[in-house]
Design a protein around this ligand. Structure first.
Ligand code: SAH
Ligand code: SF4
Length: 376
C-alpha cells in the first residue's frame, strides 16, 4: 500500500516550536522473521510450512530470537539462515523504571538509528503494553510530545511485534497469562494501517503469543478512513478514539486532523463502526486547564456522544515542558466528570502511572534528544 502522509498545517499555540514536517518515506525493507506469519517464513526461507511454523513458535511463543538456539532445526538450515535473514529489529537503548507505579519505559534503537518508546504498565498481576506504531507522528496534536518532533517513518511489522516480545520478558508474566495491548505509544496506528494489522495478526496467532482480540485496543485520533476500514476487519479488537474536544473550533486547534475529518464526519464513521461491529467505543479526552475542561465542554461532549455506545476515559495531561499547557487541577477534573455523569455519560479518570518517568508518549525520546543536544 502506498503510505498516506497527510501534511497538516500546525497549530499556532507556540511559535517557538518549529513545525517538523520533514517526511522520510523510505526505509529498509522489512526482512526480519519476527514480522512474518508461519507461511511467510516458509516462503522466505523456501522451506516447507511445517518449518515455518516451527520457527514462528520459537520466535513468538518461546521468544528465542537467536537462530542458533533453535535446537530442533537442522544444523545446515541454522547455518544458512544466519547469513541472509534478520531475526531481530530492535535493541534496548535506555530503560526507566518507576518505583512509584512499577511502570517500565523502554527506549528502543532501530537498525537505522531511529528510536521509539514502549511502556509496560502493571496493575496487580496484570500487565498492559503500550506499543508505538510510527517513529514520530505527522499529525501534530498541540499537547503531544510525539507530535512535536514530526514524522520520521512508519514502523515495520517486526518493529511493532518485537516491542511486545521484549516486554513479555520485562513483565515476567506467568505461563498462560497474556498482556493487554494498547496502540497508544508513538504514532497514529491508522496511518500505518497494513503493518499494524499484520502485527495484530501475529500477536493473536495461536502458535505465538496468542493474545485475545478483546485484549487489544487500537487508539486513533480520528482517522476516518482507518476507522471505516477497521469496521470491516473480522475480529473483536477494540477501538479507542482520542477526541479531546466536542466543537470543531476547539478540536481544529488541539488535533489538526479535525480539519480534514471534522466532528460530524467522524461521528458518521463511528456510527458505521458500531453498526458493523456492535462494540463499545472508548473515547479518550485529555484535560488541559482552561482549554477544554469547562463544564460546558463536558455538556458539548455528552451531546456529541448521543447515539454512540461509548465510555469516556479522562486522561490527566502529562506535562511536556516545551508546550504551553497545564494539567487541569483535580477540582476541575472532578467537576468535568460530574457534568458528564450528570448527562448520563459513563466516564472514568485514568490513574496517572509513571508520571515520574515521563510515561506519556514521546517524552522519553524527547528527553533523550534534548540530552544529546546538550552534549554536542
Ligand atoms: N495517535 C494515537 C495513538 C497514540 S497517542 C492517538 O492520538 O490516539 C495515545 C494517547 O495519548 C492519545 O489519547 C493522546 O491524546 C494521549 N496523549 C498524548 N500526549 C499526551 C500527554 N502529554 N499527556 C496525556 N496524554 C497524552
Ligand atoms: Fe500523533 Fe496521537 Fe500524538 Fe496526535 S496524540 S500527535 S495523533 S501520536
Amino acid at each position: 500500500m502506498t503510505p498516506r502522509f497527510p501534511v497538516w498545517p500546525r497549530h499556532n499555540f507556540n511559535t517557538r516550536i518549529k513545525p517538523a514536517m520533514t517526511i522520510h518515506a523510505s526505509h529498509e525493507p522489512d526482512n526480519a522473521l519476527t514480522g512474518m506469519l508461519p507461511e511467510d517464513i516458509a516462503e522466505t526461507l523456501q522451506q516447507p510450512l511445517m518449518r515455518g511454523r516451527q520457527i514462528f513458535q520459537w520466535l513468538q511463543k518461546k521468544r528465542v530470537l537467536s537462530l542458533k538456539e533453535m535446537t530442533d532445526l537442522p544444523a545446515a538450515l541454522r547455518g544458512s539462515l544466519d547469513a541472509g535473514v534478520g531475526v531481530s529489529a530492535l535493541t534496548v537503548a535506555a530503560r526507566q523504571f518507576s518505583e512509584q507505579s512499577g511502570t517500565v519505559k523502554v527506549l528502543f534503537a532501530l537498525r537505522d538509528g531511529e528510536t521509539i518508546e514502549t511502556v509496560l504498565l502493571r496493575h496487580g498481576d496484570r500487565a498492559t503494553f503500550c506499543l508505538s506504531s510510527q517513529v514520530g507522528c505527522a499529525l501534530g496534536c498541540a499537547f503531544c510530545a510525539t507530535g512535536l518532533a514530526g514524522f520520521r517513518r512508519h514502523l515495520s511489522v517486526a518493529e511493532i511485534v518485537e516491542q511486545a516480545l521484549h516486554l513479555c520478558d520485562e513483565a515476567h508474566l506467568p505461563p498462560n497469562q497474556t498482556p493487554n495491548i494498547v496502540f497508544m505509544g508513538m504514532g497514529e496506528p491508522f496511518q500505518n494501517y497494513d503493518a499494524v494489522l499484520k502485527s495484530i495478526q501475529i500477536l493473536m496467532h495461536p502458535q505465538g503469543m496468542h493474545i485475545g482480540a478483546r485484549k487489544i485496543t487500537v487508539s486513533t485520533v480520528g482517522d476516518v478512513a482507518g476507522i471505516r476500514r477497521f469496521a470491516e476487519e473480522p475480529w473483536q479488537v477494540r477501538l479507542s478514539v482520542s477526541l479531546h474536544a466536542a466543537t470543531d473550533a476547539l478540536r481544529d486547534k488541539l488535533t489538526p486532523l479535525n480539519r480534514r475529518y471534522p466532528l460530524e464526519t467522524l461521528h458518521k464513521a463511528l456510527r458505521y463502526y458500531q453498526q458493523k461491529r456492535d462494540r463499545q467505543l472508548t473515547i479518550e479526552y485529555t484535560l488541559l486547564a482552561n482549554e477544554n475542561d469547562a463544564p460546558s465542554d463536558a455538556v458539548a461532549l455528552a451531546a456529541y456522544l448521543r447515539g454512540l455506545d461509548a465510555v469516556v476515559n479522562i486522561i490527566p495531561w502529562n506535562v511536556v515542558l516545551e508546550l504551553p499547557f497545564t494539567p487541569s487541577p483535580p477540582r476541575r477534573v472532578n467537576a468535568f466528570v460530574a457534568a458528564l455523569q450528570g448527562a448520563g455519560v459513563k466516564a472514568t479518570v485514568r490513574k496517572e502511572r509513571g508520571g515520574d518517568i515521563n510515561a506519556a508518549c514521546g517524552q522519553l525520546r524527547a528527553a533523550r534528544a534534548a540530552d544529546e543536544r546538550e552534549q554536542v
